[in-house]
Design a protein around this ligand. Structure first.
Ligand code: ATP
Ligand code: MG
Length: 248
């Protein structure tokens, strides 16, 4: 029986993944600042919304009002997705309030990872979420007090998400120009998949790139693609072909 897949809506990425992300996978989307992580996840949720699938975006770093305003600048996002609850933007503060932990998200307050996972599970079930985004896992880990607890949180979250039945993208902030998929070195172990956004310098210009490092449950291309980010969202082109270089 062929595996069920969740198309991202980014045509070339779906081709790279032979149709999409295998259902219920947890994917780490790693990349430096401004690489397009949030944009890619919004496009993923908008594509689900077009097909009537419920999506939830847990925002840790950006207030949801600003996020919604910025999201609507993209041609793929439509106000009715928000109105109909097909794309639900929730900030960490609201989740903490739901946990009875108050809305204090000041960085001095340590986060109870187990309680957060429980709250997330409840929200996913309540809204029948098919596509989940956490932006970013790095910012959550930064709120957990010790490395040991981060490790424990990451493993428990991975386990919980893989059993929930939704297909998840966790964004991971990485230092610029480094081949690292996470800040704490443990986040990548959560993932059934890793998609890496980076950049390279070409003729004094910085070119965005995307590469699928791993994706459990499917064969995929491991080539590096050039990534274009515009008001229409993300599109990809083979790096070598685009620049007219010799074939490898
Ligand atoms: N409406 C838009 N139209 C075209 N390009 C845009 C638009 N909005 C943002 N961008 C481009 O996308 C970039 C930011 O992308 P995005 O927010 O997805 O990156 P990110 O990896 O999530 O960044 P961060 O690490 O800051 O969260 C901007 O620097 C800009 O170049
Ligand atoms: Mg972002």
């Amino acid at each position: 029986m062929s595996i069920q897949r969740v198309p991202t809506g980014i045509q070339e990425l779906d081709e790279i993944l032979r149709g999409g992300i295998p259902v219920s996978n947890v994917v780490l989307l790693a990349g430096g600042s401004g690489m397009g992580k949030t944009t890619l996840t919004l496009q993923y949720l908008a594509h689900g919304a077009e097909q009537g699938e419920n999506g939830l975006f847990l925002s840790v770093t950006e207030p949801v009002q600003i996020l919604e305003r910025n999201a609507l600048e993209y041609q793929f996002m439509r106000p009715e997705f928000f109105k109909k609850g097909l794309v639900r933007l929730v900030d960490l503060r609201a989740v903490l309030q739901r946990m009875g932990m108050g809305g204090d998200t000041a960085s001095g307050t340590a986060l109870d990872g187990a309680a957060l996972i429980e709250a997330l599970e409840a929200i996913v079930k309540e809204y029948k979420v098919k596509r989940l985004v956490v932006d970013s896992i790095t910012a959550i880990c930064q709120r957990i007090e010790s490395t040991g607890r981060i490790r424990d949180f990451v493993f428990r979250l991975g386990l919980s998400l893989s059993q929930l039945g939704c297909t998840t993208i966790l964004t991971s902030e990485t230092p610029p120009r480094e081949l690292k998929y996470s800040m704490f070195g443990v986040e990548e172990f959560i993932g059934d998949g890793i998609i890496f956004l980076s950049e390279l310098e070409r003729n004094n210009d910085l070119v965005r790139t995307l590469q699928v490092i791993k994706m459990r449950g499917t064969e995929h291309s491991r080539a590096k693609f050039m990534m274009d980010l515009s008001e229409y969202g993300i599109s990809l082109a083979p790096l070598l072909k685009k620049f007219g270089e010799a074939k490898v």
